[in-house]
Design a protein around this ligand. Structure first.
Ligand SMILES: CC(C)(COP(=O)(O)OP(=O)(O)OC[C@H]1O[C@@H](n2cnc3c(N)ncnc32)[C@H](O)[C@@H]1OP(=O)(O)O)[C@@H](O)C(=O)NCCC(=O)NCCS
Length: 160
């Protein structure tokens, strides 16, 4: 069997409809088209194509305490558990400018929690009162030591 060809590229405005449709399949409140427009304009999106077909996307930014944050990662149901999210995550990591990458997911999202564990993330906090009865768990992955200027600066300055 020929292996699937996967390509990761920057998301463009034309990918918004795909992102919104995929978002609608995921549990919880879907993000608005304005939310996507803002991230797409800012260049925060990556999409994965498998054999030329859109297969998934990631949104990554640095608005989370000025740290790299994986805000969203969704893969098409038809190609899940075949490495698409792993490839997207690797592309996100290459874009990170700090030493650590944060993300969060609902406590009930066992699949994402399993994936985060596999990718080397560890739990670092919990936020209540977002989805009733389903806390948001925060995770961090240490990417490389010594690259994060902001971390060093914030440590000196103390908490904000
Ligand atoms: C979570 C999600 C992005 C994973 O995407 P994916 O492309 O299927 O993930 P991968 O194939 O790269 O798998 C990576 C690892 O995740 C874990 N994983 C993925 N699917 C799993 C499942 N159904 N059950 C258990 N573990 C699973 C495994 O550890 C897997 O590694 P392995 O296959 O070598 O065991 C996908 O299931 C999804 O889009 N879910 C809905 C959206 C969502 O919840 N996003 C996360 C919050 S933003």
């Amino acid at each position: 069997m020929t292996p699937a060809f996967e390509r990761i590229r920057d998301a463009i405005a034309g990918d918004r409809a795909f992102m919104l449709a995929l978002d609608g399949l995921v549990l919880g409140t879907p993000r608005s088209s304005a939310w996507y427009d803002e991230h797409l304009r800012a260049g925060h999106g990556l999409v994965a194509e498998r054999d030329g077909v859109l297969a998934g996307f990631a949104i990554h930014h640095r608005h989370f305490f000025q740290r790299d944050f994986l805000a969203l990662l969704i893969v098409e149901p038809w190609c899940r558990r075949s490495g698409v999210a792993t490839t997207l995550l690797q592309a996100v990591e290459k874009r990170c400018t700090g030493a650590d990458l944060f993300t969060s997911t609902n406590a009930s999202n066992q699949t994402m929690r399993q994936a985060l564990k596999k990718w080397g993330f560890r739990a670092t906090g919990r936020i209540d009162n977002i989805d009733p009865g389903d806390p948001e768990l925060v995770f961090v992955k240490k990417l490389s030591e010594g690259a994060d200027f902001m971390s060093a600066r914030q440590t000196k300055r103390g908490p904000t």
